[in-house]
Design a protein around this ligand. Structure first.
Ligand SMILES: [Zn+2]
Ligand SMILES: [Zn+2]
Length: 163
């Protein structure tokens, strides 16, 4: 995935930004966590384990620049906490299924719409952004509730604690 970092460097350069240490660290967090949708706090915690821990203000400032140049996408899951995902790699447009029990996020492709603006039946309206969220109970949590129903014992701890 070294080529993703090269892509990030190229993209930043196109917008007259340099790949600074902070920007590189943030890209690295996403590249090391493919498919994750991370909050700024989670990103900050992740950097604590590296040689270059970042403060929350730096994380936000860096995220905002990476978002501006299109390397990172911000997702609003409707719970007031912004999550971010890396869009600088082999990114394909997708939608998110959020589990109301455990907060896990599953990605799903929507066959009808390949990119923003590709909305059938509209004329003269330039779509620049869109939002479509799915909420429900993930298979993990559904199995868990069934297990609970099937057993009379409730001693087992909750290993899927709410986030
Ligand atoms: Zn779940
Ligand atoms: Zn996603």
């Amino acid at each position: 995935m070294g080529e993703w970092m090269d892509k990030a460097r190229t993209r930043l350069r196109e917008e007259n930004y340099r790949l600074t240490r902070q920007r590189e660290i943030l890209c690295r967090v996403f590249i090391d966590n493919p498919g994750r949708h991370l909050t700024a706090e989670e990103i900050r915690e992740y950097t604590i384990g590296t040689d270059h821990p970042l403060g929350l203000a730096t994380v936000y400032r860096t995220l905002s620049i990476l978002e501006d140049v299109g390397l990172i996408g911000r997702i609003d899951m409707g719970d007031g906490v912004a999550r971010y995902e890396f869009t600088g790699g082999d990114f394909r447009p997708h939608y998110h299924l959020t589990c109301l029990e455990c907060g896990s996020v599953t990605e799903v492709e929507w066959p009808g719409i390949k990119e923003v603006g590709d909305v059938p039946g509209i004329d003269g309206f330039e779509v620049t952004d869109h939002s479509l969220l799915f909420f429900g109970i993930c298979s993990h949590c559904r199995n868990r509730t069934e297990d609970e129903r099937n057993s009379n014992s409730r001693e087992g701890g909750d290993s899927y604690a709410k986030r």
